[in-house]
Structure formats: C-alpha cells, structure tokens
Design a binder for this molecule. Sequence first.
Ligand code: NI
Length: 205
Amino acid sequence: RISLNQGVLTTARIQENAQEEKKKVALTFDDGPHPQFTPEMLEVLQECDVPATFFLLGEEVEKYPEIVKQIQEDGHLIGNHSYKHEQLSKLTMEQACAQVNRTNKLICDITGTYTSYVRPPFGDWHEKLDCQINMVEVLWDVDTLDWSSQNHAGIVNKVLKNVKENDIILMHDGYETSVTAAKEIIETLQKQGYEFVTVDEILFD
Ligand code: NI
C-alpha cells in the first residue's frame, strides 16, 4: 500500500471530488481499545475501506498497546478519552489534568504523536481545563446508546433516523452488536451518498 504512486492517488482523489461532493459523516468509538471487539471493528472498517476516530481510555491503552498501534497503522484518528473514565468536573483541576495528560503520554509512547483531540467522559469537560490543556474537545450529534441497548437493529435505526450531513456519531467498540451495527450503518449510509471521514475533517472543513 505504501508503494502506491502518490501522484496517481492524488489525481484519482481530485477526479472523485469533482464528480460529486459527498455528504460527510464521522463514526467515533469510545472507551477502547477492547481486546476482542476493537480488532473486529478494525476488520469491518478495513473491509469497508472507511476511516473512523477512536477515543481511547489510558488504562486500556496500557493493557493493549498493540491494538493502539493497529488503529494507527490502519489510518484511523486517535483521540483521548481520559485515563479511567471519571467525570472530570468532579475532580480537582490537578486530578482532571492528570487524567488527560497521562493518557496523552501513553498514546504518544505508542504512536509517536500527541493527539490534539479529547472527548471527556460523559461529555463533561472540567471548565477550568481549557486554560491548562490545549486540545480540541469533540462531542457528538447522534448518540447510538449502543452500550446500553446492545441491540443491532436498535443501534442501526437510531443512526438512520437521526443522521444528517456533517454529523458525528457516538458508538463504542466494546460490543459485538456495535461491530455488526457499524457495518450495516456504513453500507447503508454509503448507498445514501455519505462519505465517512475522521472528526478533524468535520470540525475544520
Ligand atoms: Ni466513554
């Protein structure tokens, strides 16, 4: 894949863009990496040839560094989801900063780069963290509640009923039903003219 001629690749992309400007949508997966279902999710994403964004927990990153490496090698975007999923606003600023900074360091030790993206657990940012940590906070537009329902059809329907252009979809890569639902969501939305991108392309385009 690395040996592909870059000029050819660029030309192909320009032609594709000229043909039709697709509606963008971003899949995001929180709370991983999970030893079984993250690799399964990565397989689905590779089969479908779409990128996604993974918001990782530091304590899981520590346990499964090889999966973090795979996420990076597969071309996905990695974000920070704190160290152990505590509600940051309930911590002192020092504790909250430590949750984020420790995870940044763990991810960087594996990938070689510091992520600029953070999704606070429960979408609850510590208000004073902005002046301490210079990162982009990423929330979501469509909450699948996949962790709660663990119901394939329910997850798929929630997305298909609510999604619109430039939406960020919240899922979790720790459940079999999330893996199978993600596959159906991707295939269905692609048929509707959606293009899957990483969150940076939604936030900064
Ligand atoms: Ni979470």
